[in-house]
Design a binder for this molecule. Structure first.
Ligand SMILES: [Zn+2]
Length: 291
């Protein structure tokens, strides 16, 4: 991608819905959809996008250390879903952005047939060490229509310049009444409310939304998920969860000294309060597709 990719309207709602100013970073704006509340960075991406993808979550030291902890989370999430959807109906699962393969391992433990895809070379290579099960590539024409019963996208949709394209591809390859399961940061969280307050009080000089070009490009709200009904996706489960503190602290090693200590000091307290008030920073959403 050579040029910055500007985006004036909501990717989900379309051209009639021009973004309203919400905040700004050093070389970008954050806009919000007046209909579905979706936030995005304008521009969406810069010339560094491909490089950002390559390095993004190949933070091997952070993720590999989290293996057993992360798998335990996946086990609980999958068990929760299997209570909603009888596993007899689940023949084929796709994990988009399968990373190091932790979720695929957990599916295997549960006796479920799952494959993955990822656009990070290193991650695919690592994932396929023991057994070939992840494909280098995105969710695209490689997959036949109506060929999956479930699609999982953990911490993926916020990185996509065009989430609607992704949702339509999910719709194409899922069978009727199949499920799309998404985990993503949410605006309906305590940390987002604090960021909003700080941003307003400082006249948009404090931007802690975690939305920026090449990184988390979009940030969803509950309302955005409700709008997906128009595409055929109905909410079956909408659960708030906190990112693991250890993962956030691990990632702070890449921040400037001030931000590093600001985050390390404030996160544990905010997490405790968010748990208490049900305002955690991510959502885990199960969407049922009706074609
Ligand atoms: Zn919208």
């Amino acid at each position: 991608m050579i040029n910055d990719q500007n985006q004036k309207y909501c990717d989900i709602c379309g051209e009639g819905f021009t973004g309203v100013f919400y905040g700004k970073g050093s070389r970008y704006k954050i806009l919000q959809c007046p209909k579905c509340e979706l936030l995005w960075s304008d521009p969406l991406t810069t010339q560094n996008f491909d490089k950002a993808i390559d390095s993004e979550y190949w933070a091997e030291d952070v993720y590999l250390k989290e293996e057993s902890f992360q798998k335990e989370r996946f086990r609980k999430q999958l068990a929760g879903i299997l209570k909603l959807i009888p596993d007899i109906k689940i023949k084929k699962i796709l994990d988009v952005g399968s990373g190091l393969g932790f979720f695929l391992d957990v599916c295997e433990e549960f006796g479920l047939q799952a494959e993955g895809c990822d656009i990070n070379h290193n991650a695919v290579e690592y994932c396929n060490k023991r057994k070939i099960r992840s494909r280098f590539g995105a969710l695209d024409n490689f997959y036949d229509q109506n060929s999956f019963d479930m699609i999982f996208a953990f911490n993926l949709i916020e990185h996509l310049p065009h989430p609607k394209e992704f949702l339509l591809e999910c719709k194409r390859i899922l069978r009727n009444e199949g499920s799309l399961i998404i985990e993503t940061p949410t605006q309906n969280s305590l940390i987002h409310k604090f960021a909003r307050l700080g941003d307003k009080l400082t006249g948009h000089r404090l931007n802690y939304y975690g939305v920026n070009p090449d990184g988390h490009i979009h940030k969803f709200s509950s309302k955005t998920f409700e709008i997906l009904k128009d595409l055929g996706f109905e909410i079956e489960l909408n659960e708030k969860i906190n990112s693991p503190i250890r993962e956030i602290i691990g990632k702070t090693s890449y921040l400037s000294t001030f931000n590093k200590y600001a985050v390390r000091f404030s996160i544990p307290l905010l997490w405790f309060l968010a748990d208490l008030f049900g305002m955690q920073n991510r959502v885990f959403v199960v969407l049922k597709l009706t074609k």
